[in-house]
Ligand binder design. Structure first.
Ligand code: FMN
Length: 176
């Protein structure tokens, strides 16, 4: 157990589905003994240097990440560049993520490269009645909404993050 190690999970979410993914990831990390804080990116701490790792996720809108998540990454690029970071995107409104690994959209791929992150995953998205915006309503009217988030895939990914972190944070170099 490494409860003294703190992981910050931050999400940029317009309609709540990425927020929920963030909470699911947080639950898995807690089950693995990590201390976790899950925050909306609009309510994220001004100083993130006290955390041991960050998981940053955002909904994809018009092929780009939620604006506040992009801002967060820009504002904290130095700190993020020097700690273990994982990214996730919540996007496709279809089953593509269950069939293959869906790569990050180009802007997020560049961000991942710049920060030298440990990993990125794209999870299926959700668009449900009550979603904000004209385009969202058009998509729903065309019958293209739904919940395509796969909780097993999200849990598996989070378990990988937890495994890497708990191994790394408890590891003590051998003195020969
Ligand atoms: C206007 C609009 C544009 C979208 N554009 C994309 C897109 O370019 N790529 C994608 O994979 N998903 C796209 N989506 C789907 C959303 O990313 C998906 O609904 C996501 O789960 C939303 O996250 P949120 O509920 O946290 O805001 C779009 C949805 C809307 C309503």
């Amino acid at each position: 157990m490494t409860p003294d190690r703190h992981v910050l999970i931050v999400y940029g979410s317009r309609n709540g589905s990425t927020a929920e993914i963030g909470r699911w990831v947080g639950r898995t990390l807690r089950e693995r003994g990590l201390a976790v804080e899950v925050r909306d990116v609009a309510d994220a701490p001004a100083d993130i240097s006290a955390y041991d790792a960050v998981v940053l996720g955002a909904g994809v809108y018009m092929t780009g990440w939620h604006r506040d998540a992009r801002r967060f990454a820009r504002r904290h690029r130095r700190a993020l560049g020097s700690m273990p970071v994982w990214l996730f995107s919540s996007g496709p409104l279809d089953t593509s993520c269950d069939e293959r690994e869906v790569p990050a959209v180009p802007g997020v791929a560049r961000l991942a490269h710049r920060l030298g992150v440990r990993g990125h995953a794209t999870f299926g998205g959700r668009l449900a009645h009550g979603a904000q915006g004209y385009v969202a309503r058009q998509i729903l009217r065309a019958g293209k909404g739904g919940d395509f988030r796969n909780q097993d895939a999200i849990r598996n990914w989070a378990q990988g993050v937890a495994a890497e972190l708990t191994w790394e944070l408890t590891w003590e170099p051998l003195t020969l």
